[in-house]
Ligand binder design. Structure first.
Ligand code: COA
Length: 157
């Protein structure tokens, strides 16, 4: 399926669209407050990407680059992308939109880390993500999955 992934801007329309998603929470509420208080400008950049079908936002993800110095998941440290809030509205699931968003994230050719929701583990397996084993002496309460671009693991060796 040929779909266009767009970087989402922070504005009232985007935040209204976000209300349809299950994972609507603090991040969205604080965006709305910042917009209302003029702390952020209308149409400023957000960490979200999404897919519109007939003008309706039907899928989204948050994606941002984490600096190597905060990397606690693999060594030697490298910048990586943190992917979260991947969600496709229920009427639009199973049509390749989730795959399209993940492929878009992969196109940056950086490792990607995500914390899957319990029911989506099979989806992430299909996307080529696998569990990462990190320093278990510190429990971050996470079960991260990681995807590496081709050739990346060899470079790290
Ligand atoms: N569990 C297992 N496999 C899944 C899956 C899931 N929850 N969601 C999708 N898949 C499979 C598809 O069958 C497809 O497999 P195929 O290529 O062999 O046909 C592959 O993953 C890609 O599917 P795609 O159409 O790109 O997925 P999507 O657009 O529906 O996006 C999610 C996947 C998980 C992001 C999306 O369904 C979603 O937001 N779900 C809501 C939250 C959730 O996790 N629900 C789980 C069911 S309760």
């Amino acid at each position: 399926m040929d779909v266009k992934v767009e970087k989402l801007k922070v504005n009232y329309k985007t935040l209204e669209d976000f209300r349809k998603f299950k994972e609507y929470g603090l991040q969205e509420l604080s965006m709305l407050e910042d917009l209302q208080a003029n702390i952020i400008e209308n149409d400023s950049a957000s960490p979200f990407y999404g897919i519109y079908l007939a003008d309706m936002l039907v899928a989204r993800m948050s994606l941002y680059e984490v600096d190597a110095k905060y990397n606690r998941y693999f060594s030697p440290p490298k910048n990586y992308l943190e992917l979260w809030k991947l969600e496709v509205l229920s009427d639009y699931q199973g049509r390749g939109l989730g795959t399209a968003l993940v492929n878009y994230a992969k196109s940056f050719r950086l490792p990607i880390k995500t914390n899957p929701r319990v029911k989506s583990v099979d989806f992430w397996g299909k996307m080529g993500f696998s569990p990462v084993h990190y320093d278990t002496s510190r429990d971050f309460g996470e079960n991260p999955l990681i995807w590496f671009p081709a050739g990346f693991e060899e470079q790290m060796g």
